[in-house]
Design a protein around this ligand. Sequence first.
Ligand SMILES: CC(C)(COP(=O)(O)OP(=O)(O)OC[C@H]1O[C@@H](n2cnc3c(N)ncnc32)[C@H](O)[C@@H]1OP(=O)(O)O)[C@@H](O)C(=O)NCCC(=O)NCCS
Length: 168
Amino acid sequence: MHGAESRHDPGMVSLRVVTESDWPLWREARLAALADAPHAFTARLEDWPRGGAEQWRARLALPGSRNVVAVLDGRAVGMIRGVPRGGGACELRSVWVGRAARGRGVGGRLLAAVETWARESGATSLRLSVLPGNAEAIAFYRRNGFLPTGRRLPPGATGEQSMAKRLG
Ligand SMILES: CC(C)(COP(=O)(O)OP(=O)(O)OC[C@H]1O[C@@H](n2cnc3c(N)ncnc32)[C@H](O)[C@@H]1OP(=O)(O)O)[C@@H](O)C(=O)NCCC(=O)NCCS
């Protein structure tokens, strides 16, 4: 690969496992996700003050969680978070790839990164919640081996549907 020719090659997107001290990168990714895809998340951009190092650090410090950011040219272009939920389950949260980086397999790579970590941690299943109108994400999860469980959040909530994948 040679310099400028490969600048926007999909291969130039790298995945970075982030720790507490990387909170500014995580914040950059999360605020971009909430601004770019408000239809996809129950959290709202205005719920997250732009400063507040402590709350961002606390997210990343949660014991046993795995947080990964996709980086292109030094900017956060994607993210994913895996959180152990007991009983062998690992929950995926905050899944996002920015528009400029979509359709190149970055989302698939983020899922695979957390899946590998979850397997190595002894998890037997991955699960997630997706808003019912988010057809793009539902199709993406299906292509990556997730199936609807039939469970929905209780009435009065946002109607998110649950999807899961067994780790064989
Ligand atoms: C859902 C989402 C994460 C998918 O991310 P993505 O990076 O586009 O996902 P992928 O590239 O792995 O897969 C998407 C498409 O790219 C294709 N693709 C995969 N690898 C590819 C590659 N190397 N080159 C070109 N295309 C590729 C896939 O086959 C798929 O194609 P299709 O949609 O035409 O069938 C992204 O659309 C997103 O962030 N949406 C908004 C936020 C959201 O909904 N988050 C989920 C909340 S539950």
